[in-house]
Design a protein around this ligand. Structure first.
Ligand SMILES: NC(=O)c1ccc[n+]([C@@H]2O[C@H](COP(=O)([O-])OP(=O)(O)OC[C@H]3O[C@@H](n4cnc5c(N)ncnc54)[C@H](OP(=O)(O)O)[C@@H]3O)[C@@H](O)[C@H]2O)c1
Length: 447
């Protein structure tokens, strides 16, 4: 049903929100764009107006309606949902502010996308609202930002390079953040991470209360636990495990795929799209997946470990959390700032995510008892600064797909982004907007 606005950006005054507005303006009323009507929403109209001016600079702000809505006021959220087909939610930490927004969207049957990177929020929303969203015909898709689309599409891209009889067994992603200036993130992400670590037990509790999901069938044994610090010579990085949402989001997509080997049918799919979707998923081969953060120097790794340990230890107590949130710059060794990065710092940053896949040149080797991978495929996803540029690009492209190809997407439910957007043209769209996907090498591994 046509509503007043194609989409509403909620939390448009936030650090990330204003970059999302800037990205949306690039597609508003351009030829062939499905985005013709847009509104910004939040709790403070003055800040929203300033965000619009910032986002449209150097041009004068376009006449975009500014709507007032507060996540503590469910009626304001329902009113928002009644006016639009799609909400892009940039209000975080999601564990604090997110649920009322999902509830209002599901109640109204309005589609919902966000940039959450908090596993507990995503899994809880799936548990609480998944069924109702399916009934109401509304899509709830979290993690449509740097968390976790590069990981989801990056794994699928690597796995599609394995041509039968070759099969992957494991893919390890190595994230390298680069900049000529300082690498800085905004407080919002730091706060979300601190609260996520502090509430780790709630996530475990939630998982224990949920039925077990199907496990994907992966040829060969699970990879052994490696050393805490790894020197990955192929990509020139020292690396340590990154406890981000990526690997759990990917695992959820692989579980849903195991339960639905042809993917999720669209609400009113064309025969052509059915074929495209089934062909796509037939080429995606599941693999064990992990993510590491990399640095060219060992010293860089010790900085990651120091920050990880201070968040891990201090977030357990109220006083520790107070210290972390009061002095983010101190405890993150300058990686997070209350005021976020400057425009220059954002512009000069970029990322590379290397996907090192190992597997078998012939799947029959596994059944013959040869369990050591003999083949390696390295692929790479690369793009601009992660938190504000890449995240905005991804969120907008997911939104444009939703607006233009709704019939090809599932009727409703709460899902990770990979299972919904994997078989669409999301990867091509990201490539057109500065996020590249490349095959780096295919080689034999000495057994
Ligand atoms: N997926 C990713 O890779 C990725 C990337 C970047 C950020 N994020 C996540 O996005 C979230 C936001 O981060 P940020 O740095 O942009 O934070 P931020 O600058 O603090 O922005 C938060 C936004 O939420 C709004 N807000 C707060 N409470 C509200 C309420 N009760 N009702 C309505 N709006 C409310 C704020 O409005 P006011 O302006 O009125 O205060 C502001 O617009 C975080 O959870 C972060 O982790 C994820």
């Amino acid at each position: 049903m046509e509503k007043k606005y194609n989409l509403i950006i909620l939390g448009a005054s936030g650090f990330t929100g204003k970059y999302v507005v800037k990205e949306a303006l690039k597609f508003l009323n351009t030829p062939y764009s499905p985005l013709t009507t847009l509104a910004l929403a939040g709790r403070n109209p003055t800040k929203l107006t300033q965000a619009l001016s910032w986002a449209s600079h150097p041009h004068p702000p376009p006449p975009i309606p500014i709507l007032t809505a507060d996540t503590t006021d469910p009626q304001s959220l329902l009113h928002l949902c009644s006016q639009t087909n799609l909400i892009l939610n940039c209000v975080g930490p999601f564990r604090v502010y997110g649920e009322p927004v999902v509830a209002a969207c599901v109640e109204s049957g309005c589609d919902y996308l966000d940039i959450c990177g908090e596993p507990e929020f995503m899994e809880r929303m799936e548990a609480v609202y998944g069924e109702k969203a399916a009934e109401k015909g509304c899509l709830v898709v979290s993690a449509c930002g740097f968390d976790s689309v590069p990981a989801e599409l990056g794994l699928m891209f690597n796995s599609r390079q394995w041509v039968a009889p070759a099969v992957p067994n494991r893919v390890e992603a190595y994230l390298s953040l680069e900049s000529e200036k300082r690498l800085v993130g905004n407080f919002g992400t730091f706060e979300s991470a601190v609260l996520g670590v502090a509430n780790m037990e709630k996530l475990q509790e939630l998982r224990r209360s949920r039925p077990r999901r199907a496990r994907p069938v992966i040829p060969g044994p699970a990879p052994p636990k490696g050393a805490m610090i790894e020197h990955q010579k192929k990509v020139g990085l020292w690396a340590v495990k990154l406890p981000s949402a990526d690997s759990v989001v990917v695992r959820r997509t692989l579980s849903i795929l195991a339960e639905n080997p042809r993917g999720l049918p669209g609400v009113n799919e064309s025969a052509e799209h059915i074929q495209k979707r089934e062909t796509f998923w037939s080429m995606v081969k599941p693999a064990h997946f992990g993510v590491e953060i990399g640095s060219k120097s060992l010293l860089g790794i010790f900085r990651f470990i120091t920050v990880g340990m201070s968040i891990g230890l201090l977030s357990r107590t109220a006083i520790g959390r107070w210290l972390l949130l009061k002095f983010p710059s101190v405890f993150s060794l300058g990686w997070f700032r209350k005021k976020g990065p400057t425009d220059d710092e954002v512009r000069s940053a970029s990322f590379k995510m290397w996907f090192v896949g190992q597997g078998f040149s012939n799947s029959s080797h596994v059944s013959q008892g040869n369990i050591k991978p003999d083949m390696e495929i390295i692929t790479r996803v690369m793009g601009p600064e992660i938190g504000y540029l890449t995240t905005s690009i991804i969120l907008l492209q997911c939104a444009l797909i939703l607006l233009s190809q709704r019939d090809n997407l599932p009727k409703g439910g709460a899902f990770p982004p990979g299972i919904v957007f994997g078989p669409t043209d999301l990867q091509e769209r990201l490539q057109e907007n500065g996020i590249s996907f490349d095959v780096i090498s295919k080689s034999a591994v000495p057994v």
